[in-house]
Structures are given as C-alpha cells and as structure tokens.
Write a protein that binds this ligand. Structure first.
Ligand code: ATP
Ligand code: FE2
Length: 330
C-alpha cells in the first residue's frame, strides 16, 4: 500500500520549517530557514516578514530534497498553536493556499504536543514525561487522564531566553545557549546562585537579575558564571521533571526543545533517570529544535485518527493550552 505523505509547516516563532514525512515514520525532508537578530529579542512583525520571504524557497527546497512534486503530497499540516500570532498566521496562510490550490486535506496541530510525539517516534519512548526546554517555552508535559497536561512550567521567561539574555549581557551574541555551554567547559569553580522552584514551577527572572549584577561587578569569571548558571537552571528543570515522573508513575523522560541540545543538560537528565531506574530519551538535535518534520508527523497521527479540518477552521490559536487539545490518536 502506498504510504500517506504529509507536508508539515512550522512557524510558531523564528523558524520557518517544512518537513515531509510518511506514515511509516520515514523523513523525506526537514528544511528550514530561521530569522535571527544581532541584538535584542525577536520582533514578531520582522519574523513574519522573514517567513513570507522564506516560504516559497523552503517549500521548494523540501520538495527537491524529498524528490517529490506537490502532487505526491497527500496531506498538509501546520502549527496552529501556540506561538506568535504574526508568524503563525504566515504558516496557516501557506497551508491553506497549498491545500486549496492542490485539493489536499488540511490539519492544524499543537506545536508542544508535536515536540513530544516526534520524540516518541525518533527514540522509541512510549509514555514519557517531556521536558520541553526551548527559547520561549519551558514546560514539563505528560499524557495523563486522556490529555496532555502541563505539570510544571516557567513562571516568567523560558530557559533558552534566559541563557540567551545572560549571553547577551556577557557580549557573546545570539544564540547564546551554545556559547554559554562552551564557556562552562573552562570553569574552575561553582558559584552559588538563586535556585527558584515554586511548587512544580520554575522562575528565571531573579536568577537573571542576580547574574547581571555579578557580570557588572566583574568579580567573577564568565566561565564560572556560565558553568554555575547551567548547573543551577538545569537542576531546577530536572527537579520538576523528576517530581512529575514520580507523580505520574512514569519511567521515561524525553527531552525536547533547542536547549535540550545542551550536552550538560543531557548528562544531568541521564544521571537523574539512572538514579531512579528510569530511561532518558534524547532525539537528534534536528528534531529537538523547532522543525517541520514534527508538524508533519503530528498531522499524520491526527489524520489517521480520522480528524478532518475544513479550510474555514484553519485559523490560528496563539494561546491554546496543551490540555485543551482533544487526543484521539493514542
Ligand atoms: P519555541 O518556539 O519552541 O520556544 P524557539 O524558537 O525558541 O522555540 P528552539 O530552537 O527550540 O527555538 O530553541 C532555541 C534555544 O535553544 C535558544 O535559546 C538557543 O540558545 C538554545 N540552543 C540551541 N542550540 C543549542 C545548543 N547546541 N546548546 C545549548 N543551547 C542551544
Ligand atoms: Fe518549540
């Protein structure tokens, strides 16, 4: 039987991604183009302009890599929620245009849940707690009682934005996550920093202010600060993840999001899991960062469960919560 081929469109933030996958889990292409800034954060309208410009190029690159024509595509999926309204709108528009012009079925998906399901596919995890650690998002998510629920999250900024902001204070440029990691390898000592876990949630605002003061004081080396901030922030994330695993009785931890590319976070996560006889799963970097393949795969899951979306329903939902999503594919 011919496999079902889906083209997925990711556009929740600075990445415009096109993934092409089939229902056996084969990845034909996972192309992307990201909006970057030299200084300051993401400007939603500028990111949207970037996506408009990148859209045609990235679709063509993905089809070419896959060796397919648009007529070979059976389904179009897009990230419908959550994210920046400006950028989500571009992805939804592209999806509607492809679906209408080429008479393809269309399906909208939740970006956070897609991080979880692509991780399951790529690693073989079957019922994990997901630590989703990216620029804008920091959440601990698991499937429980028929829904994907958020067990803990950041009360202010995402851990990636926190790392990037400190890197900017140190004059390291963007994205700062990888640079902070490189610096941390040259540290000579640990510096005590505020450790903020409130119930099941974490907060990075106070930690950032404290680090900013320490950087300005010039009393500490950036290497020691980079190392200490990683140890502190990642321990906070893993404390909450571990508690969610204990609460749900789950024996698997899955990492997702760009910050999960960090080797020290991976090492600490593996240690926590081995200490409690659990397994730790880490997909390849390509599937950790925002990508179109995860949107394609989530589209396939929902389509195969019988979900259908009319073009008139293909509207974005920037503030959708993970537990609002009806789950009928597992
Ligand atoms: P989302 O919209 O899901 O919040 P995002 O647009 O912030 O995602 P991601 O690619 O998931 O994008 O994550 C980006 C973050 O990951 C940045 O903060 C960046 O510094 C960090 N990052 C990326 N690669 C690495 C790496 N190799 N090591 C450490 N941090 C990394
Ligand atoms: Fe993401």
């Amino acid at each position: 039987m011919k496999p079902l081929i889906c083209l997925g469109i990711e556009s929740t933030a600075h990445t415009f991604g096109i993934g092409i996958m089939d229902d056996t889990g084969k990845v034909y292409a996972n192309a992307k183009d990201s909006y970057t800034t030299e200084s300051g954060g993401i400007i939603p309208a500028k990111a949207a302009d970037h996506h408009v410009e990148a859209c045609g190029k990235v679709i063509s690159a993905a089809l070419e890599k896959a060796g397919l024509k648009i007529s070979d595509i059976d389904l179009v999926s897009f990230s419908q929620a959550p994210g920046l309204g400006h950028t989500l709108r571009i992805g939804a528009f592209a999806a509607r245009a492809l679906a209408v012009n080429h008479e393809k079925p269309l399906i909208g998906v939740n970006h956070c849940i897609a991080h979880l399901t692509i991780g399951e596919l790529m690693t073989g995890a079957s019922d994990p707690v997901l630590l989703y650690a990216s620029g804008a998002n920091t959440q601990v998510i698991a499937y429980e009682g028929g829904k994907y629920r958020i067990f803990g999250e950041t009360l202010d900024i995402g851990v990636g934005n926190f790392l990037d902001s400190v890197a900017r204070e140190m004059g390291l440029g963007f994205p700062g996550g990888p640079k902070i990691y490189e610096l941390s390898l040259k540290a000579s000592k640990f510096i005590e920093l505020p450790y903020v876990v409130k119930g099941m949630d974490v907060s990075f605002g106070g930690l950032f202010t404290n680090l900013k003061q320490k950087i300005d004081s010039k009393e500490y080396s950036n290497e020691d600060l980079a190392y200490s901030m990683q140890e502190t922030a990642f321990a906070m994330l893993l404390e909450v993840s571990e508690r969610a695993m204990a609460h749900c009785g789950k024996k698997e931890l899955l990492l997702g999001g760009g910050v999960a590319c960090n080797k020290r976070l991976q090492e600490m996560a593996k240690k926590m899991c081995s200490d409690r006889n659990a397994k730790c799963f880490v997909p390849a970097n390509e599937f950790l960062v925002d990508n179109g393949a995860m949107i394609a795969w989530q589209g396939i899951l929902q389509h195969k469960a019988g979900q259908r979306m009319d073009v008139s329903e293909a509207v974005i939902d920037p503030y959708q919560r993970t537990d609002e999503v009806k789950v009928d594919w597992r």
